[in-house]
Design a protein around this ligand. Structure first.
Ligand code: MG
Length: 384
């Protein structure tokens, strides 16, 4: 593969449900789409999952755009690569702090390589993964819900999610959560769809009141507590896991294969939430998958409010054998009034999304007319 051109497009993708941020209501998702074209005209699309403001990690849409335009694309344009893992190596040492921007190009090269091989990305990844594996043909889907201050509203949302077929309900929590509402949610969810909570690192091991709340949560027998402590707190997570029966799932902590190795060695948790953008792309994601498989640590694929393009990569990744827990792989209609692909992602009544194992590449067609209608900035880079 030799990259002849790369086109960046920032889009504002209208959300079904506006959400509140620190600076006000947001009704569109700002996303960077990447269109890669190689010397023989093969194209592949990917996306950068960075958010508008630095909240989940320090990366932002504007920072990623600059990193892509001024650093990452010049490193790959016109260069020959025999395998997408070579792209990972080429970018890793130069752009360590921009994993989501790096992943946008690296993942696109995986999509490109699979298209050129005329096989699905899911099958291609399965072959690369240690010991090789045939991809599963469907992946189970869960849903993440905000913790409402109104118990009835939350219970309604859970009831609707269960009716739609979701196989796991996840609630966002913080030390200020209302435990009574969480207990009601637990009863409402029952056992068919396991309930889990995600604290995004908001608890502290040193704070007695935080620990008391975590012990109360532990008593509920949830399927997991995700990222209770800050990202770099590997030893503290190990100490906490030692005290809790509920499995700890790490998300923000795992930014690389080295982090996964540290987590396993210290026993900082028992589950990993994988987001390929967070770890710099699919090469690292598959490496972490394989490492966790050997250590008997199951994974699930998280979501970053991706369009149907980013979702295609997540679905392919989640088809690997050690992704045994339901991922945040909602159908297009959960977030988007209209998705950027011609056939939106759907979920069946039992909460399963079909993996396009027999379609070459990422298995979706980009709706170019719609993308053109929501572009807010665009830049094309060509090999000289
Ligand atoms: Mg999380």
């Amino acid at each position: 593969m030799q990259l002849a051109s790369v086109t960046l497009r920032e889009i504002g993708l209208p959300l079904v449900e506006p959400f509140r941020t620190a600076t006000g209501m947001v009704d569109t998702r700002r996303l960077i789409l990447v269109e890669l074209t190689d010397g023989d005209g093969t194209t592949a699309w990917s996306e950068c999952v960075a958010e508008a403001v630095p909240s989940y990690t320090a990366e932002t849409v504007d920072g990623a755009w600059t990193a892509l335009a001024d650093l990452i694309i010049p490193l790959v344009l016109g260069k020959s690569f025999t395998h997408p893992t070579d792209v990972h190596s080429a970018l890793w040492s130069w752009v360590p702090d921009q994993p989501m921007a790096r992943a946008a190009v690296e993942m696109g090269m995986w999509g490109m390589a699979a298209t050129r091989r005329e096989e699905s990305l899911a099958r291609f990844l399965g072959r690369i993964s240690e010991r090789g594996a045939a991809p599963r043909k469907t992946v189970a889907t869960g849903i993440a819900l905000g913790m409402q201050s109104d118990a009835d509203e939350l219970l309604d949302r859970i009831r609707l999610a269960l009716r739609d077929g979701y196989r796991r309900i996840k609630l966002k929590v913080s030390p200020s959560l209302d435990l009574e509402i969480l207990r009601s949610a637990c009863t409402q969810t029952g056992t068919r769809a396991g309930l889990s909570v995600d604290a995004n690192g908001s608890f502290s091991l040193e704070n007695k009141s935080d620990m008391a709340i975590l012990e109360e949560i532990d008593a509920l027998g949830l399927s997991m507590i995700e990222q209770p402590l800050p990202a770099n707190a590997f030893e503290q997570h190990a100490e906490l896991q030692n005290r809790l029966r509920t499995p700890i799932c790490l998300d923000e902590s795992i930014a690389s294969d080295a982090d996964a190795e540290l987590m396993i060695r210290l026993r900082s948790g028992r589950i990993v939430n994988m987001k390929p953008g967070r770890v710099g792309g699919l090469t690292e994601a598959v490496g972490i998958h394989d490492r966790c498989r050997l250590a008997e640590i199951p994974l699930w694929c998280g979501g970053m409010l991706e369009s149907g393009i980013g979702r295609a990569y997540n679905v392919a990744l989640a088809s690997l054998p050690n992704f045994t827990l339901p991922g945040d792989i909602s159908p297009s209609s959960r977030y988007w009034e209209r998705d950027v692909i011609t056939e939106p992602w759907t979920m069946d009544q039992s909460g399963m999304v079909t993996v396009p194992v027999d379609r070459p590449g990422i298995g979706v067609e980009v709706d170019r007319d719609f993308v053109d209608s929501i572009v807010t900035r665009q830049a094309k880079f060509s090999a000289s």
